[in-house]
Design a protein around this ligand. Structure first.
Ligand code: ATP
Ligand code: MG
Ligand code: MG
Ligand code: MG
Length: 562
């Protein structure tokens, strides 16, 4: 490719709307253009990099016997209703209606579609294990699309799904994918960390996120330098018992009534609720915590709260309770939103609490709690997220925190979707069983952005060679000089011949402009053809990442670059 033909309009100024380096640099270097919030056009440079990332993914997925297919983006509501996710997905789902009034969505993910496929086609254990994947656009109406490609509303994802006959099979599939992901992100040249992640709606499911370490990452990663513990802080709750206050009621008086989702509470409160909110705390007029709805399974002092999302009614020292979940003590507005909790301080909370969890007034004087209800075990728990300096859950040493960008996630789904959709097979004994599933996503477009977040300087992008749009750019100081162009053309031909992904900057621009563009776009290697060196039959090789230059004989240049 020649730069004179390349469609890569660069910008001198950083567009004001771009907050993070990857967004700024992709706009400036002519990689992307915005079409709507969270919706971008990928220009040729971006497309080349995306194709390279995809190719690495394909090779590693195929190496694990993955088979690529293409599922539809346009998906009928019926399948999502079968699993209950038509409601659960909420406003993040792009929904539409066809001319016959049938409901559809634009696929935010494909568990329903793939499970529907195999339930109709897979009958026997002999057809297992099966690993299917695709690479295509996903659609999510994110509340805050931002940071360019990092959080788009249309973005490219590789999503893969494994089907096994038993847990041992799932373990193998999961480990295979974990291994493939490690290879993929290594090959992309990224510095990353697999971290334990929150099983979310599937309770205690095993799952890891692959996070690229970068300042601008939206995930808080907690890790231990003493052992190999690393987790998304969302997952890493510090599960300690809050010491009972003097007047604390005996522990057995605290109970765990019915399952209610935080979403149900939010609906009741008519308050939007974010995924990372850990708890809804109800307080009474005296600021005492009377009830908390906690997301996820909680294990406290070896007591398991099995409700995927349950209500823990508790009485604890209110200050520590509010601080524990990251709230601000003394916060008096009706509903306070913090990163981890909604704190409600309102005289009507009793009423809300009653309405939401079906308790009656009596229950708040705990001795009279309705004996018919299963109150379970007594829990007073500190559910705050782990912080730097807290003891490592594995070895007890103080943990550290860093920021990460979630570029991929592997997830043991188990039978959640196969049961909901009736995807079964006959085992060796002719017994019908639900397929055991795993799912495995990689944000392809986010990975491109993450690479830039990790590798850039004040001059521009510094691409890892494996995913650079071009590996080498040849820059003749003056394209008007026939002698320089002759050498440049010769090197260009040689390198192409040698399989190097090379660009020839044949523009009749000043050298300074071409150098600036080369640094901005971030080609790993620049070869400069200058009249000074030509006299000695040499050219200069400059390495983008460390700025090192060496002069080499023209004849040896291609071999040296390779
Ligand atoms: P996040 O926590 O950032 O919202 P997610 O956990 O919802 O991501 P998954 O459902 O695990 O995302 O999807 C698989 C991968 O798709 C993610 O690991 C991420 O790399 C990518 N991804 C998810 N949402 C977006 C988005 N809005 N824009 C770009 N990439 C995304
Ligand atoms: Mg998300
Ligand atoms: Mg996530
Ligand atoms: Mg995820």
């Amino acid at each position: 490719m020649r730069t004179s033909k390349l469609y890569a309009p660069t910008l001198r100024q950083t567009p004001a709307e771009a907050e993070v380096p990857s967004h700024q640099l992709m706009l400036r270097a002519g990689f992307i253009r915005k079409v709507a919030g969270g919706v971008y056009t990928y220009l040729p440079l971006a497309w080349r990099t995306l194709r390279k990332i995809e190719q690495i993914i394909r090779e590693e997925m195929d190496a694990k016997d993955g088979q690529e297919l293409a599922l539809p983006i346009l998906q009928p509501a019926e399948l999502w209703k079968e699993t209950g996710r038509w409601e659960v997905f909420g406003e993040e789902m792009f929904r539409l209606v066809d001319r016959h009034n049938r409901e559809f969505c634009l696929g935010p993910t494909h568990e329903e579609i793939i499970t529907d496929l195999v339930r109709n086609e897979v009958r026997s254990y002999k057809q297992l294990p099966l690993l299917l994947y695709q690479i295509q656009n996903k659609y999510r109406d994110e509340i805050r699309p931002r940071f360019g490609l990092m959080r788009g509303r249309e973005f490219i994802m590789k999503d893969g799904y494994s089907f096994d006959k038993d847990d041992a099979g799932l373990d193998k599939s999961y480990n295979d994918m974990y291994d493939a992901y490690t290879r993929i992100f290594n090959r992309c040249g990224l510095t990353f960390r697999p971290v334990e992640a929150d099983g979310g709606a599937i309770g205690n499911a095993t799952t890891h996120e692959f996070t690229v370490l970068a300042e601008t990452g939206e995930s808080d990663i907690v890790y231990c330098e003493n052992c190999d513990y690393a987790a998304n802080s969302e997952k890493s709750e510090l599960k300690t018992i809050i010491p009972p206050a003097e007047e604390e009621l005996p522990l057995e008086k605290v109970y765990t009534p019915h399952t209610k989702t935080i979403e149900a509470v939010a609906e009741y409160l008519n308050t939007p609720i974010e995924k990372n909110i850990k708890a809804v705390i109800f307080q009474n007029e005296k600021d005492q915590v009377i009830c908390a709805f906690v997301r996820g399974d909680h294990e406290v002092n070896d007591v398991k709260l099995q409700n995927v999302t349950g209500a823990i009614t508790l009485k604890m020292a209110e200050e520590s309770a509010i601080r524990a979940i990251g709230g601000v003590p003394g916060f008096m507005s009706p509903i306070g939103l913090s990163k981890d909790a909604i704190v409600v301080v309102d005289p009507t909370v009793m009423e809300m609490h009653n309405a939401v969890c079906g308790a009656n007034e009596e229950d708040h004087h705990y001795k009279n709690a309705n004996p018919k209800r299963d109150f379970g075990d007594v829990i007073v728990a500190d559910i705050r997220l782990i912080q730097a300096g807290d003891p490592c859950p594995h070895c007890g040493q103080p943990v550290k925190m860093t920021h990460g960008i979630e570029v991929g996630q592997v997830f043991k789904l188990g039978t959640k979707y196969s049961k909901a959709l009736g995807a079964t097979f006959l085992d060796e004994n002719g017994k019908e069983k639900p397929l055991i599933m795993g799912c495995y996503g990689i944000g392809v477009s986010r990975t491109m952005a993450a690479a830039i977040e990790q590798f850039h300087d004040e001059h521009g992008i510094i691409w890892p060679a494996a995913i650079a749009p071009f590996e080498v750019v040849i820059v003749p100081i003056s394209a008007k000089d026939a002698a320089q162009m002759e050498v440049a053309e010769k090197l260009y031909a040689q390198m192409k011949q040698a399989g190097i992904d090379v660009l020839l900057d044949d523009r009749k621009e000043r050298a300074g402009v071409k150098f600036k563009d080369a640094d901005l776009i971030g080609y790993p290697v620049r070869i400069t053809v200058s009249p000074k060196l030509l006299d000695a039959q040499q050219v200069e090789i400059k390495v983008r990442k460390n700025g090192e230059t060496i002069n080499v004989n023209i004849d040896e240049c291609s071999a040296k670059v390779k």
